[in-house]
Design a protein around this ligand. Sequence first.
Ligand code: HEM
Length: 403
Amino acid sequence: MDGMVTAGGVPELDFDPFSRGFLEDPFPDHARLRDAGPVAWLRQYGVYAVGRHAEARAVLQDWEAFSSAAGVGLADFRREKPWRLASLVLETDPPMHGRSRRVLSRVLSAGVVNALRTRFQRDADEMVVALLARGTFDAVPDLAEAYPLRVFPDAVGMPRENRRYLLPYGNMVFNSFGPRNALFEDAVLDAARVLEWVQAQSQRENLTATGFGAEIHAAADAGELTHEEAPMVVRSLLTAGVDTTVSGLGAALFCLATHPEQFQALRADPTLARAAFEEAVRFETPVQTFFRTTTRPVELGGTTLDEERKVLVFMGAANRDPRRWKRPDDYDIRRPTAGHVGWGVGIHACVGMLLARLEGECVLTALAQRVGSIELAGEPVRRCNNIRRGLASLPLRLTPRAG
Ligand code: HEM
């Protein structure tokens, strides 16, 4: 029952952020969470919850008090064994985090990502031309999935076969950050086989001689990582690099199809493509939540949190917090989006965001330059995942741009 408080004076809430009902439409409970206070207690899971923008940023920025090393899911690695080997990037604190992060930051630097622009734009243009010829199609498999599956594994240096496995793999890992509910159990049914496949893809001999994967292995030659760690760091890219971007692209396409005036603004000025993608990341927040674990009693928003407790940070709620955003529920490609937490913030902020932004920008530029109108050709269908917000299906109709 809402209205009760813990012994520490934290308001208690009873919604389940991993139930299908919540995942279909999280917005009413996001508002309850934000309005309850800077910190709340989710009775069902015995965890703290943070939904306001200021406190979400504060938690994500303080890795010493809010650790990632006990896992960024509900499971507490200090008490239970992780279901897969813990990530050497996402699920670590300094100093280990700094070692793997330094390598990834270099491998995915602005210079490296910019050098991919011509190829990524050409691939986006080709895809949009082909989809325009079809007119009506399902934008999830045919664009939001097809595009990252074409450009990303090439950039990593993966073989062509079975790239589609990256999608169920990503779905599995993101579901596994939640509780052991039906979404989790269904996602890990095939885990042994998929984990073995991903492990094999991450080995040096299965990667091309150039690409992100090869560069991570070269960092082990240079002594920045051990040779055992290198495939684990490659694995982080394969885990985090595809279905996040699929959700981001799906979100942008959904937003533009349902806000025709915003698409017309983009058509009028295609240089807004990057901003339109960024606003979709704020608006839909593909990675909705992540946990941290308190390492000591810590003050947050005037309340003291107990040590050794899980804290669920609702990036999706923070990105629509009216305390921070004007008209938070409007998709507006001209709004200043700086400060949104859709990529996280602090030492764990998304290390692949420049690459994801490039993908988003290329696809939206191709649409802005070639397409006259985008409309829904059927009901969008949500793909429920414990952590990631995205669509399973988005039927769209495109008309070509006149002239
Ligand atoms: C729209 C697409 C994407 C979204 C919304 C997204 C979101 C996020 C978020 C919220 C975090 C922070 C995790 C935390 O604080 O615990 C993160 C971390 C991370 N992301 Fe992304 N991501 C996207 C695309 C990518 C891509 C394309 C790559 C790889 C090329 C990538 C690789 C990573 C890695 C390795 C981390 C862990 C960083 C660390 O712990 O230091 N992501 N991402």
